[in-house]
Design a binder for this molecule. Structure first.
Ligand SMILES: [Zn+2]
Length: 360
């Protein structure tokens, strides 16, 4: 009888032990999470309030999308948000890439003095964007790539401030492929509607490999630069290629913003490969979405979109449920990553790489 009781207790413990290795959908609210790639461009507070409801902290990233006024506007919004939601919202600064005078000392001094002001205001990182490599040209009409020596003083300044760079360079590899060879429909529909950005149609622009190589040369040149590559470091199409860079550059991590569908696409072909990749590089991956609120949608639309995206992603990383995605045909299974890995991807890595003063 005693043996049977011992057996029963051990069986319960083993069962409970196995179960506790993984989170479930019900744990979504109780686990602290960070969306390390968001864009809040309005002071409505809808995004921030939903984040608090869903136990998320946010890193809102300013982007050099238009002109200096747009950068100043985003900076103002970010300062308001971090003041209103202390320890919940963090922000990455950026600078307006004015090509006038590029290559001179006064150009880099101006950028550095702008960044000094942003860092004093609480920025945890500096964002550099794909206009470097894809739009900005020097006075000879040549594209300015990110490893251009004229940018070295700026990167050296950021290193001296112990801040990471958040780098979105290049585009998904699909951008350089014909529409019918693109892997996910989000890309093919976007580039069908925006042929001006579809690089397959513009061979006069730098190639996909040019973008990746320039980024790699930047990291070779500045081994002390802490670099968080946005969108899986623009190597979203192949975890082996991403793994090569993570092996080569110990100060590089990547966020997953707007590229989780590419992991899912690869999961549908070989789930264990993607799962093993996430476990092997568990200290280098940051959850992020690229969700944004620029103030044009209703509060309901924004909260529905944010909440649904966050829940679906949580399901993919924590459970082994069968899933489908709107961006490609076919089923795939959730990765059901161990709890420890989920916590790293969902918060601990962002706290470590961006040095976020999060109050848990
Ligand atoms: Zn973004």
């Amino acid at each position: 009888m005693r043996n049977r009781i011992v057996y029963f207790i051990s069986a319960v413990m083993i069962f409970a032990g196995c179960k506790s290795n993984f989170y479930s959908k019900e744990d979504f609210n109780s686990v602290l999470k960070i969306d390390s790639h968001a864009h809040i461009d309005t002071d409505k507070g809808v995004f921030e309030d939903q984040a608090i409801k869903d136990n998320f902290k946010l890193l809102t990233i300013n982007v050099d999308v238009a002109d200096s006024a747009a950068v100043i506007f985003q900076h103002k919004i970010a300062l308001n948000s971090i003041k209103k939601y202390p320890a919940n919202i963090f922000y990455a600064a950026t600078f307006y890439f004015d090509t006038t005078g590029f290559g001179t000392e006064s150009w880099s001094k101006k950028v550095i003095s702008h960044l000094e002001n942003d860092i004093a205001g609480g920025a945890v990182s500096v964002k550099i964007w794909k206009n470097i490599g894809m739009t900005a040209r020097n006075r000879n009409g040549k594209f300015i790539m990110v490893d251009d020596p004229a940018l070295d003083p700026v990167f050296n300044f950021i290193i001296s401030k112990n801040l990471p760079v958040t780098g979105h360079l290049g585009e998904p590899r699909n951008c350089w492929l014909p529409l019918n060879e693109m892997t996910v429909s989000g890309d093919s529909s976007y580039f069908a509607e925006n042929p001006q950005y579809h690089m397959f149609l513009h061979p006069e622009y730098p190639t996909y490999e040019d973008q990746i190589n320039a980024r790699d040369r930047l990291l070779e040149k500045h081994p002390d630069l802490v670099f968080v590559g946005c969108h899986l470091g623009s190597l979203e199409w192949n975890v082996d290629e991403l793994a090569k860079r993570l092996d080569k550059f110990p100060n590089m991590a990547v966020d997953m913003a707007a590229r989780i569908c590419h992991l899912q696409y690869q999961s549908a072909r070989d789930r264990n490969k993607i799962r093993d990749f996430c476990i092997k590089y568990q200290d280098r991956l940051l959850y992020g979405t690229d969700l944004s609120d620029e103030g044009s949608k209703t509060a309901q639309e924004i909260t529905d979109q944010i909440h649904t995206t966050w829940l679906e992603d949580w399901k993919y990383f924590t459970t082994d449920e069968k899933m489908t995605a709107p961006s490609f045909r076919g089923e795939f299974e959730g990765l059901q990553l161990p709890k420890e890995v989920v916590r790293k991807i969902y918060s601990e890595n962002a706290i470590k790489w961006y040095r976020l003063a999060v109050i848990k």
